[in-house]
Design a protein around this ligand. Structure first.
Ligand code: H2B
Length: 97
């Protein structure tokens, strides 16, 4: 199913609301790196993100090494950023705030 891409204004608002996330892939995605104290904490976080992702039917691209988790959000169905990414960024940020 096709999803509309964010407008330039909406993309700017997304970044303003979530300053820890940075634009990547020529504005088609946002990325944030999370540093935990050990693998158990990182994996616990990933488990919580996974459950949120499945509930939202919106899945992260991510990379984990030991206590570090890098998350990239983009909407494949939009070919770029959409409100789904904004919603996921908000839910993920709430886990670590
Ligand atoms: N995750 C992401 N990141 N982008 C999508 O477009 C997407 C998804 N689409 N998760 C969903 C699943 C879609 O494939 C299913 C069929 O709803």
């Amino acid at each position: 199913m096709s999803v509309p891409e964010l407008s330039d204004d909406d993309r700017a608002r997304l970044l303003a609301d979530h300053p820890e996330w940075e634009l990547t892939r020529e504005g088609k995605a946002i990325q944030r790196t999370f540093q935990f104290s050990d693998f158990s904490e990182a994996w616990g976080f990933m488990s919580r993100v996974a459950l949120i992702a499945d509930r939202h039917d919106h899945h992260p691209e991510w990379f984990n090494v030991y206590a570090k988790v890098e998350i990239t959000l983009t909407t494949h169905d939009a070919g770029g950023l959409s409100t789904r990414d904004a919603n996921m960024a908000r839910a993920i940020d709430a886990l670590v705030s």
